[in-house]
Design a protein around this ligand. Structure first.
Ligand code: XMP
Length: 509
């Protein structure tokens, strides 16, 4: 494996991701992880990530003693490169100007760049530069502004790049990281089949011959895939609880039940619509709605599972980005202001008496999708856009009633089916319909109408932290508008949301 030591760069996760894409297994650990912790991973190579510090600052983060004495190749990225240079006796200084954005390498050579040809565009983001090389190193790449853009000590197997090879703005960065894997001699056998077998083995080892496993499913790709995997691993000893909170989309419950039961998953569906809608009655504040749904979810789950006997294990579809043990990995989430309180299936209280089974803790979303394919999850579920835990409640602005949900379900169905029909669904990261409380005047036939306005929203995004509104074709939008007002009589006006995130969020509440 490759161990990536994280010194707080916002891009660290991407390094892991690129290695996975290249078929190599990698783990992210905090930059200061102990030597023993790192050795547990049997690393064949080490990457020192970028980070916000300056190597000459007092208290600048550094790898634990002994780490750099391990007999494996080391690649330093940005701060990581400056650290290598500084440690070896070179000089690092604040650059004359901060370099940010794309830069062309004016020349490059050496082992990291082996086999790479033509222009090399590199993404830069740094204020410090290596101004004097340490002994044993040579400069292997330059840009107009940064004479020391990549360094190499071929004998000591130490490499450093000032730019970020892991971001898409460095188009040939993947090749460079591949070269590093070759230098490390890492096997490139990290593929989905391999992962599935390993995950099943691990679950069996953890749960044993007798253990019973409880899983909450939402209909989303993560929990559905987990259900299939666990059924393979422990069969009947898995119970998948599906809480129907009445906030699902048209036909969604049946679709999920069918897909999972068909694959041999023991699904218990709980009808909790009345409890949820009752608790939501008269409430129109978005945060209040979210809190109520979170609370009712836990209640329904506890009420139901009490009836199902004893479970030693609770499974959760936690993914890698949620758990990375790192300095910077969670900074963007936990440090950020609380814009919305999230509710997730599996967002259970901390005091539950279960042992957790979290087979996806090392995986990224697209790896889960790949596993889902191997396990036979139908494509319409496997490639589904994310759907929030609070469901349609946060797309039904203001007070939620059964009548409004019914309208919204039909609008949503026209829009989502339309996207699929016109081949536009997969090009959007997420698409949704919102029922606004606005009523306005219209005319249909010879009659005046006074009905609701529906809003359509579709976005493209990589990480859902920022998003652009999808440039859907006008003709398609026109067709959707027609279909919606014709098929859903409670609607007489359709608008399309052309706001990015920020300043808006993806959901309207
Ligand atoms: P926003 O609206 O914050 O949404 O831009 C970003 C992404 O998160 C989803 N979302 C949720 N998912 N529970 C979830 O499981 C929630 O409470 C929740 N709120 C928003 C949203 O659909 C989008 O994909």
């Amino acid at each position: 494996s490759i161990v990536i030591l994280d010194f707080g760069s916002q891009f660290t996760r991407l390094i892991a991701r690129r290695f996975r894409e290249l078929g190599a297994y990698s783990v992210i650990l905090p930059g200061t992880a102990t030597l023993e912790r790192i050795q547990q991973e049997n690393p064949q190579g080490i990457v020192l990530s970028g980070g916000p510090s300056s190597v000459y600052d007092e208290g600048a983060p550094r790898p634990a003693p002994g780490v750099l004495d391990m007999d494996v190749p080391v690649l330093g990225v940005c701060y990581g490169m400056q650290f290598l240079a500084h440690e070896a006796g070179g000089e690092v200084k604040r650059a004359g100007k901060r370099e940010y954005g794309k830069a062309d390498l004016t020349s490059y050579s050496g082992e990291l760049f082996r086999g790479i040809e033509g222009e090399f565009v590199a993404w830069m983001s740094h204020s410090d530069s290596v101004t004097q090389l340490p002994q044993g190193y040579e400069v292997v790449a330059q840009t107009a502004d940064t004479p020391v853009t990549a360094i190499e000590n071929a004998q000591g197997k130490r490499y450093g790049v000032q730019f970020h090879p892991e971001v898409v703005h460095t188009p040939k960065g993947g090749q460079l990281l591949g070269n590093f894997l070759d230098i490390c001699g890492v096997q490139r056998d990290w593929n989905a089949e391999h992962i599935v077998e390993e995950l099943i083995e691990n679950v069996r080892a953890q749960v044993g011959e007798q253990g019973r496993v409880l899983l909450g499913i939402s209909g989303g790709v993560d929990s559905s895939t987990l259900a299939l995997l666990l059924a393979r691993a422990v069969g009947e000893r898995l119970t998948a609880v599906f809480i129907d909170h009445g906030l699902l989309r048209l036909g969604e419950r049946a679709e999920v039940e069918q897909a999972l039961r068909g694959a041999g998953v023991n699904v218990v569906t709980v009808d909790a619509q009345d409890a949820f809608l009752g608790a939501l009655a008269g409430v129109s504040d978005p945060e209040q709605k979210r809190k109520i749904i979170g609370r009712e979810f836990i209640r329904a789950f506890e009420r139901e599972t009490a009836k199902l006997g004893d479970f030693e294990f609770l499974a959760q579809g936690t993914l890698y980005p949620d758990v990375i043990e790192s300095a910077g990995g969670h900074g963007d989430k936990s440090g950020a202001a609380n814009i919305k309180s999230h509710h997730n299936v599996g967002g259970l209280p901390d005091d539950v008496q279960f042992k957790l089974v979290e087979p996806f803790r090392t995986l990224f979303k697209d790896e889960v999708r790949e596993i889902a394919r191997l396990l036979g999850l139908p494509d319409h579920i496997r490639m589904r856009h994310p759907f929030p835990g609070p469901g349609l409640a946060i797309r039904c602005l203001g007070e939620v009633t059964e009548a409004k949900l019914d309208i919204l379900r039909r609008v949503d169905d026209v829009f989502i089916s339309g996207l699929r029909e016109f081949g536009l669904y997969d090009g959007c990261s997420q698409a949704l319909a919102v029922l606004t409380p606005i009523q306005s005047v219209g005319v249909m036939g010879d009659e005046r109408t006074y009905s609701y306005t529906a809003a359509l929203r579709a976005v493209t995004t990589d990480d859902f932290m920022t998003a652009e509104w999808a440039r859907l074709p006008y003709e398609f939008l026109a067709t959707m508008s027609n279909r919606i007002v014709n098929q859903v009589h409670e609607i007489n006006r359709v608008v399309y949301d052309i706001t990015g995130k920020p300043p808006a969020t993806i959901e309207w509440e």
